[in-house]
Design a protein around this ligand. Sequence first.
Ligand SMILES: Nc1ncnc2c1ncn2[C@@H]1O[C@H](COP(=O)(O)OP(=O)(O)OP(=O)(O)O)[C@@H](O)[C@H]1O
Ligand SMILES: [Mg+2]
Length: 419
Amino acid sequence: MHERGGENTGLLTLDGATAGPLSIRARSLAFVDPASQAVLQLIERVAPSTAPVMIGGDSGTGKELIARHIHTLSGRTGPFLAINCGAITEHLAESELFGHEAGAFTGAQGRREGWFEAAHHGTLFLDEIGDLPLSLQVKLLRVLQEREVVRLGSRKAIPVDVRLVTATNVDLSEAVSAGHFRLDLFYRLNIVQVRLPPLRERIGDIGPLARHFLSLYSRRLNLPEPRLGDAALRALEAYDWPGNIRELENVIHFALLVASEQEIRPEHLKLAGQPVRHRAPAEPPTPSVAVTAPPPTEATQEPAPDLLRRAVRALLDAPPPALFTDVERLLVEESYRHSGRNQVRAGALLGVSRNVMRTLLKRHGLIGDGTGGDGPESPDAGDSDGGLDGASDSRSDADGATARERDHDLHGQDQAEEA
Ligand SMILES: Nc1ncnc2c1ncn2[C@@H]1O[C@H](COP(=O)(O)OP(=O)(O)OP(=O)(O)O)[C@@H](O)[C@H]1O
Ligand SMILES: [Mg+2]
């Protein structure tokens, strides 16, 4: 795996990663955001072992792609085979997984090896593992313990060397509590747990992914590759992405079809079935705080402050022109998004009053200069901490400082520089 052609695209190119009958055909992975970098470091660390890996993450976050990548990095010589446990019927599942001998059941003509045997020396990816019927869970556990399969209708055990990777987009521990999933199997399968964050939690990946899909689809459709305009990028970064990377892929595919110009603009983006609704902030331009590949560390689950420090150091190595503003904007934007566009809660997240929050939101063009902001703010967008108007500026924060004082502090640096 290597950076593509030495360009600073944020994309890592996978060599030969697309083989396999059910493959999803991505040749590049975007792992630019610190959150994705942490995932990448974890899988690079665990891939060479034979420990089972359980990948969790919402729909479209790239679970299968990651499973495939684990296989690629593992150096295993056998194939990567992917099976969706939700798509095989219960009565066929056993012979699908473990194989059968001729006449083992009605319609079983001839003998057939199951997926486990087929994946010998390779990786078996069991997608939607939570859908595996209880009757098969116990058999799967046995195969994992004994490292051998017994075909249906046979007594002979066949040794198998298979690395198991599973995926789920539901909380499997809840399925365990509800009695739908065996606790012993759960422990066996999630020796290594990889959680893929939703796209809205790794905004640094959005630009590189969008450009990756632009290039992929323009090549596929034999169209000239347009550039991604700044306003379009800001709109993409401001969207919540319920369908995650798959949704982004579809949005870019569509944009490419409707954009006749050289540039993708916000009106080309079909977000949640509608043209973009989020107000793309005016100036200053989108912060370029997408951190490129901080160096790997020893820790797999690095504490957030350390991760942040590394990200800041990486930024300082090649600082964008307005680093301070960019980082401030990132904090403001993220807390506002995290709070469901609620100024009081966003302020609380950052440890500032609602009034300071409002000032910051205005400064970065995330709300208008009017009264309550112009974005799709949540219904209780701020009234819960008192009034909306300027009079509330004189209220005290919990720590005794007035909002005006806190705001003054925020501007202190600018003023000192002006003086
Ligand atoms: N980091 C990435 N870089 C490039 N493409 C990616 C990345 N992650 C995912 N994709 C692409 O996004 C799409 C969805 O990925 P994938 O099918 O692996 O998601 P998933 O989590 O398995 O989805 P589902 O839960 O719906 O099964 C695929 O086309 C995949 O190639
Ligand atoms: Mg999948």
